[in-house]
Write a protein that binds this ligand. Structure first.
Ligand code: KG4
Ligand code: ZN
Length: 339
């Protein structure tokens, strides 16, 4: 088979991203236009502003991705697009644009679940995992442990019952007046704090594979209110202690799932997988257990078009395509595959 060039598009939340990936593995270009500055003053993503910005950025971002890969639309084999889960208005922009390209250029269209995209970021590593493996997807919208048997064959093992891990990071950062998005800021401040300064609760740590982070967030709020002054030192200690609680739970449940499922390979993805403490702990604990960890670099953990293109590749090989009826589904579940 000659080389397969897939254009991957993701507009699920507040980043407009497009990428050209060769044979599901080699990133020829990866353009991400961040809207962080637009939303910062509101302390979180404003859906209406996000979708309007996607409309403005879609053509420039795709043009830059094609240029960066030194290809034109006529060189593409297919277009893969994230159609959910995410913000409805944001998803619709990417979906409509991908369908337009598919229609005009008569290119196969491949609809990809955003979580499936995160899972496939591991296939952009020099050495990708073999199936089956366990995937921990931790982002602003999801905290999910999934058994991945093959492309399109996913078994969710556990998920969050309330807040996603990234959401907890963002909310705690807001409580501390640190700014948005909170994850990277807390990650940085936690390095200078004492992780044992405050004993925050580890939700559901002894029970199954589901997660709960809302109690932790409330405990942080109550602790802050109990302080007479919230100085820089206290903030760093709270960041370190909060992060320790999140990482403890994520790591514990991940290794429990690996044992229960008898799996030896683990991939991490989603924005929170860029977290330094989580990456370190997972690797330290995996070593003695003989678990091989596949850790995409931070820029592939956060939202990007390359992971969508990588996820589209196996469907392209199988000839499983979407039709122009594909549309955005805000609460798309991982098991709802359209093909
Ligand atoms: O995957 P992503 O880019 O978008 C979603 O699909 O949600 O993840 C964004 C989330 C945000 O909540 C952000 O605070 C968090 O990932 N995040 C981090 C780090 N970098 C991003 N959380 C902890 N540590 C980080 N270094
Ligand atoms: Zn994401």
């Amino acid at each position: 088979m000659s080389e397969v060039l897939i254009l991957g598009i993701d507009t699920s939340c507040d980043d407009t991203s497009a990428s050209v990936v060769k044979d599901g593995r080699a990133i020829l270009s990866n353009v991400v236009s961040s809207q962080t500055e637009l939303h910062r003053v509101f302390g979180g993503v404003v859906p209406e502003i996000a979708s309007r910005r996607h409309v403005e950025m879609m053509i420039p971002v795709v043009t830059e991705a094609l240029k960066g890969a030194s290809v034109g639309l006529d060189d593409l084999s297919a277009v893969a697009v994230c159609y959910g889960p995410g913000l409805m208005g944001s998803l619709l922009v990417g979906c409509s644009f991908a369908k337009a390209i598919s229609y005009v250029k008569d290119l196969p269209l491949i609809g990809i679940n955003h979580i499936e995209g995160h899972i496939f970021s591991a296939f952009l590593l020099p050495e990708p995992p073999e199936f089956p493996f366990l995937s921990l997807v931790v982002s602003g919208g999801h905290t999910l442990l999934v058994r991945v048997n093959g492309p399109g064959d996913y078994r969710p093992l556990g998920g969050t019952r309330d807040d996603a891990a990234g959401e907890a990071y963002d909310k705690v950062a807001k409580l501390l007046g640190l700014g948005y998005p909170g994850g990277p800021i807390i990650d940085r401040l936690a390095r200078e704090g004492d992780p044992s300064a405050v004993e925050f609760p580890r939700g559901l740590i002894h029970e199954g594979l589901d997660f709960s982070f809302s109690g932790l967030k409330t405990a942080v709020r109550n602790y802050i209110h109990s302080l007479r002054t919230l100085d820089e030192r206290a903030k760093r200690d709270i960041c370190a202690s909060f992060q320790e609680a999140v990482v403890d739970v994520l790591v514990k449940k991940t290794f429990r799932a690996l044992v229960e499922e008898g799996l030896e390979r683990l991939t991490l993805s989603g924005g929170v997988a860029a977290n330094r403490a989580l990456r370190e702990r997972i690797q330290v604990e995996a070593g003695p257990l003989g678990v091989k960890v596949y850790l995409p670099p931070p820029y592939l953990c956060t939202d990007n078009g390359a992971m969508i293109a990588a996820a589209g590749f196996p469907y392209y090989r199988m000839g499983r395509f979407s039709d122009l009826g594909l549309t955005a589904v805000a609460s798309l579940r991982l098991s709802q595959n359209p093909f």
